[in-house]
Design a protein around this ligand. Structure first.
Ligand code: IPT
Length: 940
């Protein structure tokens, strides 16, 4: 097994070719295979390929073998997932893997009637170092988990039964190139197929497609077996061409992510027909701006990993299709395939549904950054062939996809000659797509400038080409002439990210800025036998990076998280601004390519009792990047102007699309007259005697709030803390000298405030209670004054919070208390239905909302503060003795079946206690959430 220390590419494979749809027969070998696991290479039986697999366990193919979900069909040990971000889980001793190197042996048999002219055994992706035997003949050794390897299987194949055996060692030299921030999940993770290759068949096609000045261009190159006659046709256009002929095709519609127009291209010989779906488009960098078909584009993107909570690295096609529909529904128009080429089906879907794609090569050596990049493979000659091999296998497989507008060399691999060599090779093979790689800070070998998590201020400077100069004047001038993008920004971990709107405003305002990609689309949780979701460390890993792998816009089960709703609003391709005087609405298009003909507009006026009036809003077709002012119909303006009403104008799909039905809301704008909503006027029983203030009962000696009506209230107190969100544990990139917020709050003792009652003084119509509050051992005291009074019907509470020491940063300024668990329903007028913090909640809207208290917090895999509703003017807590209604100046309400301390103490969702009281926090102010888990903190 010394080959495991070989830094060169895999052995025995055929030259890489495009993934083509052909009429030649294909046998899909997916399904349950025989499987045997050994904890180390040394302990793996030396009996392959002859071993009899009948006594082995079972394992699905494709899937990662370490997943707990396989326990049912493979009860014997089969290893466990391990999560590391930057650090490798083994010492940096390239090119050697460690001795603790688990092995998975796979076997299956299949029958064929006859051996075809030629046969290819194709592995779409094997994670780990594989050796492949067919009928006892060694075919070769694939490397590179997210790239295909094809073997010529003709000689080894026989009519009747065939035996296929694959040994996979989890670690090898190749692992040094696969240090992406994700779980280590070995296995045959993509399909295995046996493909018949007819003599005289079409082995490879490269359709070089462009669209220049309104005219399509096309040149079809092909690799054809034994020089057979080839026909090239575009049936829809009635065009027949020769190979290598440069065609210009007037009148074709261009392809774009907004209008993904595809044409069939048929390449045929006598023995085989392959069909491609091509799109006419040209990508360029002109005047420092990224353009497609001459038009500047804004990437509203997400980073997408391939992960499944039960299968590991394998994502079933229907689920992948569902993900892309979700993205389209949420106004996402771009995907960076972080950090490796995706399953080929994703690119087919991206062409069809319309996404701008950055296809990224399967290379990351991030862990060498922890040792100042010493011995980084990216700059060591013995690794060059592996880098070039991966570049070629990506470009050759994916070269025909119109959705791919940029090739990316990889992620976080430092700098070095091997990356430069990849860029040179890619340019020579396919000069039609600019090259991306974020790690090349000086942009010596890329065509676009890309950064991660840059602050708003940095992006603003770059927008106007005012970035600090590089030392090298030539490189500086070159980089200054490039477009800019954020290949990662806004880390969507836990409660957050904040600051999306401010980034988007910059992207929309400056042509140099080509937009960016949120980190990241998907959480990588793994389901355990008890159904709970695991993160790093939960499988006993010695080194791991905890829950840093749980940072997505959707859960591992693809449930949208609140940040996806917010992102939809921020990414909206049209904006609607209703004038203060209800005269008109200004509608602005952020489409780069298409006009608004596919949209229909309507208006709704709603009040506390539901919809009052609604109608259509005729809007003229708005050209791409255009704007119209539309007068509001009298009926609409009149209804909206009535007291206590909210007007919402929506832009919706006028017709069905492949990803959403007609009526799907794309964007909206609001306008409202509601200042203080009508009180519900529910009668609250009230007692008599000392300490009774309207419906509220206060202990006359201590000043403690005892009850509201018949509802017992416990522990009314000042709250300055929150259960730290993931961002509160991060060091802000913009202020690296500052400790994380969670540390600063703990130093102040905000998580363990101690109260001293100073006075409880009766007043004419109530009582005034003064307390001093502070953290044990600290002198940053706060004086809290609760002045209770009544207007006869209601209890009025005037709260004064005065800091006596300082300065200090607080998570919030609020009051909390708890009620009996029967108070399990919340109704409010304010922003909703989802949560909002000062720098999030762009997707929430003003209105009357209802939710179960249990549904208000976000079910974060690692519990943390979540679920605040903002701009609340009226909150009704219901389900108990009688409704309790709270009104006031707009406040934030956090209502949950746990206390702040209980949320903070839990490390996993299942640890949160059940059946506890209903805890209510009413905030006058809250700290924002920012994105400091990875990136800048909260904007001032
Ligand atoms: C950046 C990585 O590219 C990405 O894979 C992920 O780890 C992300 O951070 C954080 O979740 S690298 C980091 C040093 C900015």
């Amino acid at each position: 097994m010394t080959a495991l220390s070989d830094p060169r590419p895999g052995q025995g494979g055929l030259p890489p070719v495009a993934a083509l749809e052909s009429d030649a027969p294909v046998l899909d070998l997916s399904g349950e295979w025989a499987f045997r696991w050994s904890p180390t290479v040394a302990q793996a039986p030396d009996d392959l390929p002859a071993a009899d697999p009948s006594a082995w366990g079972r394992m699905p193919v494709p899937a990662s073998w370490v997943m707990p979900a396989h326990d049912a069909i493979h009860p014997a040990p089969h290893g466990a997932p391990a999560y590391t971000n930057v650090q490798y889980p083994f010492p940096l001793d390239p090119p050697h893997p460690p001795d603790d190197n688990p092995v998975g042996d796979y076997a299956r048999s299949f029958d064929i009637d006859a051996v075809p002219d030629r046969a290819v055994l194709r592995f779409e992706g094997v994670e780990g170092a594989a050796t492949v035997w067919l009928n006892g003949v060694e075919l070769g050794a694939p490397r590179g988990p997210r790239l295909p390897t094809s073997f010529d299987a003709t000689a080894a194949l026989r009519a009747g039964r065939n035996d296929l055996v694959v040994r996979v060692a989890q670690f090898s030299a190749a692992s040094y190139l696969e240090d992406q921030d994700e779980w280590w999940l070995p296995g045959i993770v993509r399909e295995v197929t046996l493909r018949s290759r007819p003599s005289g068949g079409v082995d490879d096609v490269f359709a070089r497609v462009g669209w220049v000045d309104g005219v399509g261009t096309l040149r079809v190159e092909a690799v054809v077996d034994t020089g057979a006659e080839v026909s090239v046709t575009l049936p829809e256009l009635g065009i027949t061409a020769a190979l290598d002929e440069d065609l210009t095709i007037p009148g074709v519609e261009p392809w774009s992510a907004e209008h993904p127009r595809l044409y069939d291209l048929v390449v045929a010989t006598e023995s085989e027909t392959v069909t491609l779906r091509i799109g006419f488009r040209t990508v360029s960098v002109d005047d420092g701006v990224l353009r497609v078909n001459g038009v500047p584009i804004v990437l509203r993107g997400v980073n997408r990993h391939e992960h499944h909570p039960d299968l590991g690295r394998t994502v079933p096609r229907e689920l992948m299709e569902h993900e892309l529909h979700l993205m389209k529904q949420h106004n996402v128009n771009a995907i960076r395939t972080s950090h490796y080429p995706p399953h080929p089906a994703l690119l087919e879907a991206a062409d069809r549904l319309g996404f701008w794609v950055i296809d990224e090569c399967d290379i990351e050596t991030h862990g060498f950054g922890m040792v100042e990049w010493r011995r980084n493979p990216s700059d060591a000659p013995e690794w060059c062939a592996a880098y070039l091999d991966r570049a070629a296998r990506m470009v050759e497989r994916d070269k025909n996809h119109p959705s791919i507008i940029l090739w990316s060399l990889g992620n976080e691999a430092g700098t070095g000659a091997n990356l430069a060599a990849m860029a040179d090779w890619m340019r020579a093979r396919d000069g039609s797509r600019p090259i991306h790689y974020e790690g090349d800070y000086d942009c010596a070998y890329v065509d676009v400038w890309s950064r991660m998590y840059a602050s708003h201020a940095d992006v603003a400077a770059i927008a106007t080409r005012d970035e600090p100069a590089l030392d090298d004047a030539f490189l500086d001038a070159r980089r200054r002439a490039m477009p800019f993008m954020l290949c990662e920004y806004a880390h969507a971990m836990g409660t957050g990210p904040g600051g999306l709107t401010e980034y988007q405003d910059l992207f929309e305002a400056h042509e140099r800025l080509a937009g960016g990609f949120i980190w990241e689309w998907l959480e990588h949780g793994i389901r355990r036998a008890d159904g709970s979701i695991a993160y790093g460390g939960d499988f006993g890993e010695v080194v791991h990076d905890g829950n840093f792998v749980i940072d997505g816009l959707v859960s591992a089960d693809r449930e949208p998280r609140p940040q996806l709703t917010d992102l939809k609003a921020v990414f909206a391709p049209v904006t609607l601004r209703i004038s203060a005087d209800l005269r008109d609405v200004v509608i602005e298009s952020r489409y780069d390519v298409t006009d608004s003909a596919h949209l229909a507009f309507d208006w709704v006026v709603a009040g506390a009792d539901g919809i009052a009036r609604a109608g259509e809003l005729p809007v003229p077709v708005i050209p791409a990047r255009g704007r119209v002012t539309v007068l509001l119909p009298a009926e609409c303006a009149l209804a909206a102007a009535a007291p206590e009403h909210v007007l919402t104008i929506s832009a919706r799909l006028a017709a069905d699309t492949p990803w959403a039905s007609a009526g799907h809301e794309v964007a909206w704008g609001q306008w409202s007259t509601v200042v203080a909503p009508r009180l519900a006027g529910s009668p609250v029983p009230r007692g008599q005697g000392a300490g009774q203030v309207g419906p509220v009962r206060i202990d006359p000696s201590t000043g403690d709030l005892i009850a509201i009506g018949d509802a017992v209230v416990e522990n009314l107190r000042l709250e300055l803390w929150r259960a730290p969100i993931d961002n509160d544990f991060g060091v802000e990139w913009t202020e690296p000298g500052l400790a994380p917020l969670a540390t600063r709050w703990a130093q102040l003792g905000l998580d363990r405030l101690v109260t001293r009652r100073v006075s409880a003084t009766p007043s004419a119509d109530g009582m005034t209670v003064v307390s001093r509050v502070g953290g044990a051992g600290r002198d940053e005291l706060v004086e809290l004054t609760l002045a209770w009074s009544t207007d006869g019907d209601d209890a009025l509470l005037n709260v004064t919070v005065e800091p006596l020491g300082g300065p200090a940063v607080w998570a919030r300024v609020g009051l909390s208390f708890s009620l009996a668990p029967e108070y399990a329903i919340a109704r409010w007028f304010g922003l909703g239905p989802g949560p909002a913090y000062p720098d999030t909640g762009q997707g929430t809207r003003l209105g009357w909302h209802t939710a179960a208290v249990a549904d208000l917090p976000v079910p974060n895999v690692r519990p943390q503060e979540s679920g605040a509703r903002r701009e609340v003017r009226q909150l009704v807590l219901d389900g108990g003795a009688h409704p309790i209604e709270i009104t006031g100046e707009p406040f934030a309400a956090t209502v949950r079946p746990w206390s702040t301390e209980e949320v903070a103490a839990a490390t996993h969702l299942a640890e949160l206690p059940r059946g506890g009281r209903t805890h209510v926090v009413l905030d006058h102010a809250q700290y924002g959430v920012g994105t400091a888990a990875c990136g800048p903190g909260v904007l001032p």
